[in-house]
Each structure stands twice: as structure tokens, then as C-alpha cells.
Write a new protein. Structure first.
Length: 234
């Protein structure tokens, strides 16, 4: 199942020009970072280590300019951003879901720098509020050192879990996992803790539950509690 997609058009390797354009975009970012933000972050984290280190500070500055809605003077970072895609080649990056798991398909056919620029210029297509919300997430992605896997997703999503349901709507998932009725609105800290303790008794081996899978269940309950306690509870 396709969750997000970024199509970056760029000069072909054999041509002397350096141009970047955008194609098809599927970038849902609500709630921040959303699947779209995670895909953009993955493209940045994958490719920024492969570019000239002297250019990295300018990449961070460009991200800030786009996030603020500033006018970006062209060319930037030795490339010109344009609308026309005639004569350009395409690199397609996707985030896909399989059951409760997600994976990235990052198919770069151009230089690492054009992938980074494409991801940053894609931010410009989002609302100003979304850009501001994504800014710290994408800066975090630019500093990421490690594989683009579950730990990366959990880090950017601000969650201990990389599960699809958790990222799609963290609060709804947390409410359901702690056993709140469908359609529950405002909740208190006391209600969260009560539900957490009830569910913990159901899954904890000390109270007769199976040992197999108990640790994972307890981790999920703790994550659901964290999400609700850091949300707008009274």
C-alpha cells in the first residue's frame, strides 16, 4: 500500500546542466510528521551523507528558508530549481505499508544532491503551518546516522513504535489500545493511568497472562500511555 511518494526530476548524468524539478507528490503530513514527512526525512537521511560536507550547512539554511516561506534565489547549491521537466530524468522515492509494517523504496537515478534538493523543495508545496511543523523533524533527519529502518522511523515520529497504526493517528491508536470506547473525546490524566493499569494487569505475567509476547504488549501499553499523557489531557 502506497503511503507517500516523492518524484524528483533532474538533469541526466551525461548533461552539463544542473537542474531540479518536482513531479508526482503524495505527502500526507497530518499529524506531523505524517507519512509524507517521514519519506522526506528518509530521502534526506539517506543522501545527505553522500554529498560534499562543505554543502551541508547550506542545505540546513535552505531548509529553513523554505520552511519560513522565504524567496529562494536561484541557483542554489549549484542547481537551478524549475517547473519544466522536459529533458530531465526522474528518481522516485516511496514509503509503503505492508500489514502493520512500513518500508522505504528510495530509487535514486541522479546525484545525491539532487535528491536532497528535491526533498527540500517538496516542503515548499505544503502549507506554511506544515512546513514549520516539519522543520525540526527534517533537521533531525539531516543529522541522522544509521540505517533507514524502524529506529529511524520511530525517532522521527517521536514514538517508541514504528507501527503503521501508531504513525497514522497516534492518539486514536493510543485510545483504542488502552481500551477507551470508540469516539472518546477529552480525557484526564487520571483516566489514562486507570486504563493503563487495567490493561497492564491483563497482559502482565505476574497476573496470569502468557509470558510469550508480554514484553511487547507492555511496551505498546507504555507507548500508548506516553502519547496520551503528552497530548492535550487535563
Amino acid at each position: 500500500m502506497l503511503l507517500a511518494e516523492l518524484e524528483v526530476w533532474h538533469s541526466r548524468p551525461v548533461t552539463p546542466t544542473r537542474r531540479v524539478a518536482l513531479g508526482h507528490l503524495v505527502l500526507p503530513v497530518d499529524p506531523i510528521p505524517g507519512f509524507g514527512g517521514l519519506l522526506l526525512g528518509a530521502v534526506l537521511a539517506k543522501h545527505v551523507p553522500e554529498i560534499d560536507g562543505d554543502l551541508v550547512p547550506d542545505v540546513h539554511r535552505l531548509l529553513d528558508q523554505v520552511s519560513r516561506g522565504d524567496r529562494v534565489v536561484q541557483p542554489r547549491l549549484q542547481h537551478r530549481y524549475q517547473v519544466d521537466r522536459h529533458g530531465l530524468a526522474a528518481s522516485v522515492h516511496r514509503m509503503e505499508g505492508d500489514g502493520d509494517n512500513v518500508h522505504f523504496s528510495l530509487e535514486a537515478k541522479g546525484s545525491p544532491l539532487v535528491q536532497v534538493l528535491g526533498a527540500i523543495y517538496a516542503v515548499e508545496r505544503l502549507s506554511l503551518d506544515a512546513r514549520r511543523g516539519l522543520n525540526p523533524v527534517l533537521h533531525k533527519a539531516l543529522r541522522w546516522q544509521g540505517p533507514i529502518g524502524p529506529s529511524f522511523v520511530a525517532n522521527l515520529a517521536g514514538s517508541a513504535s514504528a507501527a503503521l497504526a501508531t504513525m497514522a493517528d497516534p492518539r486514536a491508536w493510543a485510545l483504542e489500545y488502552l481500551g477507551f470506547p470508540l469516539g472518546t473525546g477529552k480525557i484526564t490524566k487520571k483516566q489514562v493511568m486507570t486504563q493503563f493499569r487495567l490493561r497492564l494487569r491483563e497482559v502482565h505475567p505476574d497476573h496470569g497472562a502468557e509470558h510469550v509476547g508480554a514484553a511487547e504488549e507492555i511496551d505498546k501499553l507504555s507507548e500508548a500511555r506516553r502519547i496520551l499523557l503528552t497530548a492535550h489531557v487535563s
